[in-house]
Each structure stands twice: as structure tokens, then as C-alpha cells.
Design a protein around this ligand. Sequence first.
Ligand code: UDP
Length: 324
Amino acid sequence: MKVLVLGGAGYIGSHMCKFLSQQGHQVVVFDNLSTGHASAVKWGEFIEGDILNITDCEQLFEQQGPFDLVMHFCAKSLVGESVKKPAEYYKNNVLGTVNVLDTMLKTGHKSLVFSSTAAVFGIPNVDLINEEQPRLPINPYGQSKKMVEDILKDYHQAYGLKSVCLRYFNACGADPELEIGERHEPETHLIPNILKSVNNESNLKVFGNDYPTVDGTCVRDYIHINDLAAAHMKAGDYLATHDGAYAFNLGNGNGFSVMDIIKASVVVVGHDIPFTVEDRREGDPAVLVADASYANKELNWQPKYTKIEDIIVTAWQWHQNEKF
Ligand code: UDP
């Protein structure tokens, strides 16, 4: 297959490119490098451009296409930032995606795998979130992704554009061969922040220990980046035989508190990790854990990294050997 990876210079997109290339597929990467890194584009041709620029989009599809499948990872994705700068989130994530969809239709492309998020669910009232749960986002990031999910349903009904939305819970870890990994500036995610504090690059802060959870810290479902990449591949295959606008929740189904992750990191790095407890971070729900049984059944997808220490090891090795 020839696959277009929008946002292929980013954390999840670059792992996707490696995965696709390992499976023998041809990759074209499109990215504006706002948060991604040119040095992370190691598989496939790189086209620099912006989904907010319709001319960039049209040239991409007309000059580089046709593509058998489009995977769309371009997005602003920080909950806290989205609360402060909602306009950027609605522009990039919603308007930008509409540009992509309209260009796809104009150039005869009908299959899309879209990065969505557990943030569409807001504050769920169940322990394990399946696809039946109401989507009631509590921040502009989640809201922008929910809007796109709804747009994709309408575009399927009206224009026949087929799509799979994959709602990631907490993507983490790195390529075990250490060719690529996670690097955000500024870094806001828990596991890289823990590892940075181990290297004395920053002080670790725990955002809130008064949540209604076992130890008072937030509980999340941590899923290895390569398991996510595998799910995208399966979603692409699914679209070859299914005609609809689908959505699947992707996680391990196990909740780990912030303190659990710190403890597991202590085991991985082999010594104590100091931290301070700070105020809650705006927009953080107490618990987000996936019920991924629908993806297990429909996509025939199972995560391979089920032990949290195994995931953290890959992030730790990457962090010690960062190559870009
Ligand atoms: N968190 C923390 N300290 C950090 C980064 C994150 O305590 O330096 C907490 C955060 O408040 C949340 C959990 O760790 O409860 C996971 O946050 P992350 O940003 O990694 O992912 P999110 O769940 O926001 O997608």
C-alpha cells in the first residue's frame, strides 16, 4: 500500500511510519514541524506543509497521490494548553481536518484512520470506558476531537468517506530499537517527565493527590506506542472490507495511578525518584481506563506490551540514548 501519514514527524506518527515501512508499505509524510521533528522522519518521503493551508493539502494529494490509505495524526494535543488557547485547537484540529477531508474527496480518496482520544469522554461514570459511553468532553482538546468524530460520521453518510477513529488512552514508550522516541517541547507527559527528573533535567511534580482514587492521584491507561501503531494497521485493513465511520477505544484495560507509575519507574531505573505534590492540573479527569474489547473483537487487536515496567523500559532506554 501507499500510505499518507499526516503528522508523521510527531511522536505517534513517526512510530507509525516505521511500522508501515517494516510491513513493506510505501510512506509519504506530511508535517508542519510545529511539534514534530524532521529528524524523526526516517521512513518515506517528507513533504513539509500545513493542513490549515488548502493549497498545501491540494498539492500534496495531487502531486504525491493517489494513496491507498490516509492516516491523520496532525493535531494540537495538550489538555491544559487547549483550555488557555481554544482557538488554536478548533482551528488546527477541526478546520485543518475539514481541509484534509475536502481535499480527500476532491481527489478521490475515501479511507481515513483518524487519531482521536479518551478525552472525548470527559469525566466518565464507569470504571472501564467502552464505545457506548456518552462523549461529554471537559476541555477544548477533547471537544475538538469529538467534533471531528461527528464530522466523519456525516462525511460518511453524505459523501461515502470511510473512517476509523482510534481513541488513544495514554500513549507512551518508545521504539525498542531506539531509532525514534518521545520528545515534546515543553514536555508535559508523565513518563518522560519522570525520566527527565531522574536525569536531573527537571523536578518531578505530581499534579494533585486529592482525587477520589486509591492513592489520591489520577489513574490512566498506559499503552505502548507500537501497540497503537499495530492498531492503526488493523484499522486500515478493516476499512478495506468495511464501509462506515467507526470508532474504537485503545488501551490495555489496566489503570495505573501517578504513584503507581513513579513506583514502576523506580524499579526500572533502580533508585528512588523524588517528587513534590502540586495543585491539580486544569482539565484532568480522575480516572480514564479503556475497555478495548470492541477493538479486540472487530480489529482482532491485542496489545503486546501488557506490563507497565516493559513499557517504561523502552522510554528509559530511549531517554538515555536520544538521537534527535
Ligand atoms: N502528571 C503529573 N506530573 C507530570 C505530568 C503528568 O502528575 O509531570 C499527571 C497528570 O496530571 C495526569 C497523569 O499524570 O493525571 C497523566 O498525564 P499525561 O500528561 O501524561 O497524560 P494525559 O492523561 O493528560 O493525556
